[in-house]
Design a binder for this molecule. Structure first.
Ligand SMILES: N=c1c2ncn([C@@H]3O[C@H](COP(=O)(O)OP(=O)(O)OP(=O)(O)O)[C@@H](O)[C@H]3O)c2ncn1[C@@H]1O[C@H](COP(=O)(O)O)[C@@H](O)[C@H]1O
Length: 131
């Protein structure tokens, strides 16, 4: 998958300076990051709606649009795909380490409650000691 996204990203970089009249990518660069972000958000919502509706084919198509609009926004923000892969690999290593840690914090057994009688004896002993 990363090869496909890498090729898509390179195509976006190659298209960003083309004629906006004929290139969607160039048009998005002309309109700027806010428009790119709006398109990306729209595509994300379209993926969500189609997934909830169980329309797998539509999810596939909209996901391709989502990746395209994400690649455009990356290019605009100066982010390269390898920057994202590096972060994902860092998290994978971290998660790998985390998987070796106990799932829940070590449970320290609560001390048994001091029986009421014992507390009364201690109180009496303290009172006698003060006389
Ligand atoms: N991979 C894509 C790609 N995926 C999706 N899209 C565009 O994104 C649109 C999907 O978003 P929308 O559904 O919102 O589009 P829309 O319904 O036309 O609505 P509007 O955004 O126009 O309002 C598609 O109709 C495509 O026009 C893409 N446009 C271009 N590419 C690639 O980008 C490179 C540069 O192409 P140009 O931008 O055409 O120069 C080429 O390699 C292309 O293959």
């Amino acid at each position: 998958m990363s090869d496909s996204i890498q090729r898509l990203y390179q195509a976006v970089i190659a298209a960003k300076d083309l004629d906006p009249a004929t290139s969607r990518t160039a048009r998005l660069f002309q309109r700027g990051p806010a428009k790119m972000a709006k398109k990306l958000a729209e595509e994300a919502i379209e993926v969500v709606i189609d997934a909830v509706s169980g329309k797998s084919d539509a999810v596939i198509r909209e996901s391709a649009d989502l990746f395209y609009n994400l690649a455009v926004l990356w290019a605009s923000a100066g982010v390269k795909p390898e920057d994202v892969w590096r972060e994902m690999e860092r998290r994978e290593r971290l998660l790998g380490i985390a998987e070796k840690l106990p799932k829940s914090p070590v449970k320290v057994p609560k001390p048994a409650p001091v029986p009421v009688v014992r507390r009364r004896i201690v109180a009496l002993e303290n009172r006698l000691r003060k006389r």
